[in-house]
Design a protein around this ligand. Structure first.
Ligand code: NOJ
Length: 740
């Protein structure tokens, strides 16, 4: 009898433990158990210090080595994650301390800013957005994930999905531009690319949608500055790309540095617990930004370190990046009842569950041989070239100066940016190596005939002397064409790189003026991470090509485009103002009661400038020409839950094959609240052979037609306009009704 009982007891334990788990092996070590169950089991075994330790992320690699304390913290089970630790020797050594040296063996989650490639660097995200090709952005993110994984990383701080409508803000380069619809499509695509169907798989990494929320609306475009954003703007403009990232399964979110309407994002319970977790059902974990928990004191929200930790953690910020207030002050706050054990445990569970899902308990180490076989392979470089080609936007091409004839006699390539490798990479270039980048000068040399003479002079950037300008002009003597590379260096945009001016830095405009005076045709190529004031170029030069910071293959892509091997087809993902004084300027603005009218003094305009942008959102030319026709919207009336079908034809009416990005906009004509004059609700980039035409069809339903009103999301009855065309201006027009 006794024996039967003990056999039964063993059987019960065995069954509870699950098949395949040996007696005595804790549940959390069972790879077959559900991640949530493993996390709960592990949590039950942890001390308070170990719990806070799992919420700690530290900047791990410092001047090429570890900071002293990190190995020790890992051994004590108090290092949940690091940023910047990478490559097998570093990652595996630290991981060994955590996995084999600590009491519970919880692995470290290695993170890094892999924003537009790890070693194979793609165009900066704003340039990628100009492709209007989410599938291509997904492929680029997937390559970035594969490379990052090969050096031991399992988490990237991307995609950055902040809507940005102020080009003074340097971080506009990191996102998708001004539009929530385009931004949402790209947010979802990048999440899919980084994570695949299962971020626990080899070659995949956890994505992190950042910066939650409203960071891109920094007042005066000054980085880290406060934001004051209406509920309507949050819901309709700033939140949608985050929602798209969450719906695509983003494993993590990062809070932002900004104060939002009086509550810093890193302690914003309303957004974290309310919107993100409550309304959207987000199940991943949230990390603070770099020391943003500690910064709650400077914001004037927290009285001291302990208060900052309590406010951030109670708001739902699970992991603390770099500052160590959770770890240092958390146990005392818990003992004093200022912090609830339930909040602490909820955060630890979320972090642990993500680690189980990431597969790092089973595969904590990276194979040192993987990196060499993975980084910057020829196939990846081909994708980087395709990505750069598709990101280029032709802004002007008078009398078809472009494409140039590769057999041209003499080409003068002028401008420091034409021969600068680092500036091709752009901001946040991870472990991209400038030495791997192809410059425009190299690209031109590779694209012209052997008989063509190519000369180069760096001309004028900041600090240029008169003789630098004179040399450049002399070099251009007798040129059949001058290719002038102008714009910004890579570090003039990005984090902490806000500007009050959007002009070409240094003496570049003066250089262009002098080059124009030579009488030789000048094609300007603009390298930049933000919209710049290009009015003089538009008025005075025959050709202007927007190249962004196009990545490792950028110089080649630009040259192949200038010389006609490729045909530009990108479109602007952000409005280019005439002058900084027009900022913020974006296409999806609400109308005024006195819309701008040059003939009407008392209308919404300027006395010293046109109210119109230089280049509108969605704009971009091609060497081909396209015609739009036959717009049909059916049925003519729907119910609020219904769908209309919008279809029209796009035809390549030129003799050159090319890409066009067909765009669909709506306008809700009247309702209980006002809405933008136009809202992008569909697009497709398509390649058309000469003479080829295609009929495109888009379905617009509640998701596209609705709006977040004060009372909630709705499609309101009334009239809608539909526009179909090649930019946010003009196009074919039709209408339909939503009936009550
Ligand atoms: C600060 C930046 O705001 C954020 O985007 C980045 O991921 C972290 N630093 C880590 O480098």
């Amino acid at each position: 009898m006794k024996d039967h009982k003990s056999i039964l007891a063993v059987l019960i334990i065995f069954l509870a433990a699950g098949p395949g788990r040996g007696a005595g092996l804790p549940l959390y070590k069972d790879p077959k158990a559900a991640p949530a169950a493993r996390a709960a089991d592990l949590l039950g075994r942890m001390t308070v210090e170990e719990k806070f330790g799992q919420l700690q992320q530290l900047d791990g690699l410092w001047e090429g080595n570890y900071r002293e304390e990190h190995l020790k913290l890992a051994r004590e089970g108090k290092l949940g994650s690091t940023l910047n630790v990478r490559t097998a020797p570093f990652a595996n050594k630290l991981q060994k301390e955590a996995v084999e040296g600590s009491r519970l063996g919880i692995p470290v989650l290695f993170a890094f800013d892999v924003i537009h490639g790890y070693r194979t660097i793609f165009p900066v995200p704003l340039g990628e957005s100009a492709q209007w090709d989410p599938a291509l952005a997904e492929q680029a993110a997937s390559v970035a994930a594969e490379e990052a994984y090969s050096v031991g990383l399992k988490w990237t701080f991307a995609p950055m999905v902040d809507i940005a409508r102020d080009p003074r803000w340097g971080r506009i380069v990191e996102g998708s531009g001004e539009d929530p619809y385009l931004g949402s499509k790209l947010a979802a695509a990048r999440v899919r690319g980084f994570q695949g169907a299962d971020f626990g798989a080899p070659g995949k990494v956890l994505a992190c949608a950042k910066h939650w929320a409203g960071y891109g609306a920094a007042e005066a475009g000054r980085d880290y500055n406060n934001t004051d954003i209406s509920e309507s703007s949050l819901r309709n403009i700033y939140f949608p790309p985050f929602k798209a990232a969450a719906d695509a399964g983003a494993a993590t979110f990062m809070t932002a540095f900004n104060d939002l309407n009086g509550l810093p994002s890193t302690a914003n319970k309303r957004n974290l617990a309310g919107v993100l977790r409550g309304e959207w059902g987000f199940k991943g974990f949230v990390v603070s930004d770099y020391t943003s928990v500690k910064e709650l004191i400077a914001h004037g929200l927290a009285a001291d370190d302990g208060d900052a930790a309590v406010k951030a953690l109670s708001a739902g910020v699970d992991m603390e990046m770099v500052s160590a207030l959770y770890r240092e002050t958390g146990p005392a706050a818990l003992a004093a009842g200022r912090l609830s054990a339930a909040d602490l445990d909820a955060s630890v569970l979320r972090v642990l569950e993500a680690k189980f899902r990431a597969g790092i308990f089973e595969h904590p180490y990276i194979d040192p041989a993987l990196e060499a076989a993975t980084l910057k392979t020829p196939e990846k470089l081909r994708l980087a070239l395709a990505a750069a080609l598709k990101s280029l936007v032709l802004l002007k091409n008078e009398n078809a100066l472009l494409p140039l004839d590769p057999k041209i006699g003499k080409v003068a390539v002028i401008g420091a940016l034409a021969d600068s490798r680092a500036d091709m990479l752009g901001s946040w270039s991870a472990d991209g190596k400038p030495a791997d980048a192809v410059t425009l000068l190299e690209g031109v040399k590779a694209s012209v005939s052997p008989a063509t003479e190519v000369v180069f002079s760096s001309g004028a950037f900041a600090g240029a002397a008169d003789e630098d300008l004179a040399k450049a002009v002399a070099a251009a003597a007798g040129a059949d064409v001058i290719i002038a590379a102008v714009g910004e260096t890579f570090d003039m945009s990005g984090e902490a790189a806000s500007r009050v001016s959007l002009s070409l830095p240094g003496r570049q405009l003066e250089l262009l003026e002098r080059l124009k005076k030579t009488g030789h045709p000048v094609a300007a190529v603009v390298f930049n991470g933000r919209p710049l004031e290009l009015g003089w170029l538009q008025e005075n030069l025959p050709a202007v090509l927007e190249a962004w910071q196009p990545g490792l293959q950028g110089g080649l892509a630009v040259a192949q485009t200038l010389f006609g091997k490729a045909n530009p087809g990108g479109k602007l993902p952000v409005t280019f103002p005439r002058s900084v004084g027009q900022v913020p300027i974006y296409y999806a603005h609400r109308n005024t009661g006195r819309p701008p009218n040059p003939k009407e003094k008392y209308s919404s305009k300027y006395i010293d400038s046109s109210f119109e942008p230089l280049y509108p959102f969605g704009y971009g030319l091609s060497y081909s020409s396209f015609a739009y026709s036959g717009l049909e919207v059916s049925p003519p009336a729907i119910k609020p839950g219904g769908k209309v079908r919008v279809s029209f034809e796009v035809k390549n009416v030129s003799r050159r094959a090319g890409d066009e990005v067909a765009q669909v906009y709506i306008k809700d004509e009247a309702g209980s609240e006002t809405r933008p004059v136009r809202e992008l609700k569909g697009f497709q980039r398509l390649a058309l052979a000469p003479g080829e035409s295609r009929r495109l069809t888009f379905e617009l339903g509640p998701e596209e037609l609705g709006w977040h009103y004060t009372g909630g999301f709705a499609v309101e009855p009334g009239g809608f306009k539909v526009y179909a065309g090649s930019s946010s201006v003009g196009g074919l027009e039709a209408s339909f009704k939503v009936e009550p």
